[in-house]
Design a protein around this ligand. Structure first.
Ligand SMILES: *Cc1c(COP(=O)(O)O)cnc(C)c1O
Length: 428
């Protein structure tokens, strides 16, 4: 594969026009949309409008007149199309961490009622830390044990002690993807409920929550959904639980009739009870701009849904990146992400072949050249990782070529060994 091949693939790419939806700074190849998505061009004007007209002129009237009140549900309905859910099943609200607390609490309450002997929450040791920390404290509070395993110990680790299987669909570090339908079926077969974190899935890979018969799900608004830094996250629950589940953060916004101001809590029917307090309207407005950038892909593959066309391009981009790294830097890197397309998300992770230090400095040297990926530290199980996210909405094949070209130069000149690339910054 060479530069001409990449240019030809771009010229043939039906999704290429979607890039115009974004503000991409000159000279940057952005491979970190799995950490913070790019600014949609529509967002600044929309945010300004919400501030000046809806807040400034409309004032409190805008809760009714500008559609503020049901914004979490309206955005949830838009997002539902991207994750295999139905309208009325999703709300956009709070952060991923907070939503995880709510759904895990709800799942545990449900199990405690139905089969109180089950006392284990099962998850992966390599799950994202906030997921493990939230689960740890909830388990401590509610008398459960958090049991951590490696992905390949599933489904053998599922047994009748397990109350809840809590997994992140696409691993944040390796990019490895679980088969949601098969894993959910295995959990249900032993009587456990499932909680899925879609932080690296929503807007990145096709997700089929209802078809998978999943129980609870949450996910992130600022990664592949381009909702902006700290954007509201989302929560979903299967309709079979929707009328029953207990939401521990029982604020007035999740009450059946918040403006009756009654002294006792009565949960709203369905997913609206996931809401806690007054919602961040400006942030939700920005998130809507991000959601619309992903939904725009549906126009290219309406029948199969927005995600089918994006997935096809995402796999082509990641395939091209892997092929170019192996072709141009043979023996220098090992592929940490599964090679099998069915088992990977929309990112590619590399580790140095020799296992030596340098991953952090190589990422810093690339960033200095405008190729923005990130670094994730290894541990006893896993080497240090160079992580590259590929967002098909705004990346093309020439970007892939450019990123690998810079990586080749950084490696061949030993540029990464410079001292300025070897000082750790607060946010990696
Ligand atoms: C990014 C990410 C989060 C982020 O949680 P916040 O509450 O937004 O900080 C949580 N879980 C996973 C798996 C993630 O990838």
């Amino acid at each position: 594969m060479n530069l001409d091949d990449c240019r030809r693939l771009d010229a043939e790419d039906p999704l290429a026009a979607l890039r115009a939806q974004f503000h991409l700074p000159e000279g940057v190849i952005y491979l970190d949309g799995n950490s913070l998505g790019v600014l949609p061009r529509a967002a600044p004007a929309r945010i300004a409008e919400v501030v000046a007209r809806e807040w400034g002129d409309g004032l409190i009237r805008s809760w009714n007149t500008a559609g503020w009140f049901d914004l979490p549900q309206r955005l949830g309905d838009k997002l539902a199309r991207l994750i295999g859910a139905a309208p009325g099943e999703v709300v956009c609200t709070d952060s991923t961490s907070i939503n995880l607390y709510k759904v895990l609490f709800a799942a545990l309450s449900q199990v405690l009622q139905a089969s109180p002997a089950r006392r284990v929450v099962l998850s992966e040791r390599s799950n994202f830390p906030t997921d493990l920390y939230i689960a740890e404290s909830l388990c401590r509070e509610r008398g459960f044990t958090l049991r951590l395993i490696e992905a390949d110990e599933l489904p053998a680790a599922l047994n009748d002690e397990v109350a809840v299987l809590m997994l992140t669909h696409v691993n944040y570090r390796t990019g490895a993807m679980h088969d949601m339908k098969a894993v959910t079926a295995a959990a249900h077969a032993v009587g456990a409920l499932t909680v899925w974190d879609l932080a690296h899935s929503a807007g990145a890979v096709p997700v089929a929550l209802n078809d998978s018969q999943a129980d609870f799900a949450i996910g992130c608004g600022y990664k592949y959904l381009n909702g902006g830094p700290g954007a509201p996250a989302f929560a979903w629950v299967h309709t079979r639980h929707a009328g029953q589940f207990m939401q521990p953060l029982s604020g007035w916004w999740g009450h059946a009739a918040p403006f009756e101001f009654t002294p006792h809590y009565r949960p709203a029917p369905g997913v609206a009870r996931y809401l806690c307090g007054t919602q961040p309207i400006i942030a939700l407005a920005a998130l809507e701009c991000g959601l619309d950038t992903v939904l725009a892909a549906a126009d290219f593959d309406g029948e199969r849904g927005a995600m089918a066309a994006l997935r096809q391009k995402s796999l082509a981009l990641t395939d091209a990146f892997i092929a170019l790294v192996e072709q141009r830097l043979p023996g220098r890197f090992q592929l940490v992400t599964p090679r099998d397309p069915a088992r990977r998300g929309s990112q590619v992770c590399l580790a140095l072949q020799d296992g030596g230090p340098g991953a952090y400095a190589i990422v810093q040297a690339l960033i200095a050249r405008g190729v923005i990926g990130d670094f994730r530290a290894g541990d006893s199980q896993m080497p240090d990782i160079l992580r590259f996210g590929f967002t098909p909405l705004y990346l093309g094949f020439e970007d892939v070529w450019g990123a690998v070209e810079h990586l080749v130069q950084v490696m061949e000149t030993d540029e990464w060994k410079r001292p300025e690339f070897n000082q750790k910054l607060a946010v990696t």
